[in-house]
Design a protein around this ligand. Sequence first.
Ligand SMILES: NC(=O)c1ccc[n+]([C@@H]2O[C@H](COP(=O)([O-])OP(=O)(O)OC[C@H]3O[C@@H](n4cnc5c(N)ncnc54)[C@H](OP(=O)(O)O)[C@@H]3O)[C@@H](O)[C@H]2O)c1
Length: 332
Amino acid sequence: MEKSFTAMVIDNVGGQTRGGFRKITMGELPDYDVLVEVAYSTLNYKDGLAITGKGRIARRTPMIAGVDLAGTVVESRSPKWREGDKVVLNGWGLSETEWGAYVRYQRVKPEWLIPLPNGFSMLEAMAVGTAGYTSALCVDALERWGIAKPGKGEVIVTGAAGGVGSVAVALLSAQGYIVTASTGRPETRDYLASLGATGFIDRADLLEKGPPLQKERWTGAIDSVGSTTLVNLLAQTVRGGAVVACGLAGGADLNGTVFPHILRSVALIGVDSVVAPIEQRLAAWKRLERDLDKSKLRMMTTVEPMSRLPQLAEDIVAGRIRGRVVIDVASI
Ligand SMILES: NC(=O)c1ccc[n+]([C@@H]2O[C@H](COP(=O)([O-])OP(=O)(O)OC[C@H]3O[C@@H](n4cnc5c(N)ncnc54)[C@H](OP(=O)(O)O)[C@@H]3O)[C@@H](O)[C@H]2O)c1
């Protein structure tokens, strides 16, 4: 086992956090019970914010970035895991309060890990990553609310060409929902159609604030954009429908009215993947195992070496990444 390895580390320089590569030794890793050799990580919007310093993600420094990992257990002081087990970790504060995944080896708590889901290679599990597993949590939330049955009304996905959006489109269409994709990139329409979207709207249509109650259109919505987009979605959702909010790519504000809720019984459901309980995680991965077409997953995925993280971080924050990016942590 190597004694030192390269990590993407967030440091605080003169009050500004920013990521850069540096060597970490085995002895510096946290004293948690399971040592994992990381095969792949991913690029999520939050990783982009952490590395560029455009969002306050790392709560302490130095902090190793990266919120997702797939790898193999190398040592375990926990009865839950044995050397050789293939595992996945999504969230749990990695890159915020706990050292993250952009590193060859990491020590983690046993309860943060789940077994590599059935039918997924480590690369495929990271092609899903936090973004994709969050999409599954969102679809689960819509179904728990009881939105109209598949085929009985439109479900809209915003930020559709991004990571959460791409997987959400694929999962919803696999269940038979009529999916409308909202995107600011018209050149991605063929891509989104191949994932299962049948309707398209320009994201600009949702960026201008409209009346508090608008023409009822969506039986459900999965929103990774927030702000005025979210307010408009609520105003356009049918009586008894639901909007799941999981992101803020367009802004964190929510300046709307209660009218959709009190006059149309529209629900606003929040999803937080980071500390979701284990049963919800396993259910979400079960949905991914069942509904995510592997050829669609391949279509939305690119694999990049860890050395490209600084540029990729800029790209995802600027909304230039299509679909999902797997990070090969050994390539540095
Ligand atoms: N709640 C959770 O647990 C959780 C988990 C994962 C992610 N998230 C959040 O979900 C969001 C999406 O994450 P992601 O990894 O999918 O990121 P992503 O791949 O960058 O996708 C975000 C998409 O949003 C759209 N967008 C970007 N900037 C916009 C703007 N200014 N106005 C309107 N639309 C904009 C773009 O889609 P188009 O080009 O198609 O318009 C972009 O591809 C982020 O805010 C992230 O923090 C939350």
